[in-house]
Design a protein around this ligand. Structure first.
Ligand code: ADP
Length: 159
């Protein structure tokens, strides 16, 4: 069984993330969306909130499971018996960090393979932080995030 792990902050998830997840499920048997619990960052949404949002946004896709992890990705992957990481690439600026992460993970565990999926052009400029900035100033985010996440953002930034 081909299990992919898509790790990330998803704070919050955007249509760019959802697009990667949906396209990735076309080429795997199971995809685990793994929210990283990062104690060094102060997230906008708690891990529980992000997990709930992703579950709601992906409820129609039976190949997807949403969970969270802390610590090293390689350790989490060993625990669940997975070896394939999927990551999205938007621009050259993503490449350098992604390249470094992929090599570090491979160095920690040579069995790990990282696959990169190129963004769909309509999501090229989407990032969680840009969307939060727009939401904060009451801008229109309909085309950037799933409905449940739009509602969560509106609630968060209500004046
Ligand atoms: P991280 O903090 O691990 O970068 P993110 O939630 O920001 O977590 O991103 C998770 C993954 O999704 C990364 O591989 C990132 O490059 C990718 N990604 C983010 N936004 C998009 C997008 N609009 N299109 C394609 N991939 C994206």
């Amino acid at each position: 069984m081909k299990i992919f792990v898509y790790p990330g902050s998803f704070d919050p998830a955007t249509k760019g993330h959802i697009d990667i997840i949906e396209r990735a499920t076309n080429i795997c048997d199971k995809l685990i969306v793994a929210i990283l619990v990062n104690n060094n960052k102060k997230p906008t949404f708690s891990v529980e909130e992000r997990e709930k949002q992703l579950k709601e946004a992906l409820k129609g896709n039976s190949k997807v499971e949403v969970t969270s992890f802390s610590g090293l990705l390689v350790d989490f992957m060993k625990e669940i018996n997975a070896t394939i990481v999927i990551r999205g690439l938007r621009a050259v600026s993503d490449f350098e960090v992604e390249f470094q992460l992929a090599l570090l993970n491979k160095n920690q565990n040579p069995d790990i393979e990282t696959l990169f999926m190129i963004t769909s052009p309509e999501y090229l400029y989407l990032s969680s932080s840009m969307i939060k900035e727009i939401a904060m100033y009451n801008g229109n985010i309909d085309s950037y995030v799933p409905k449940c996440i739009k509602e969560a953002l509106e609630k968060k930034y209500v004046k």
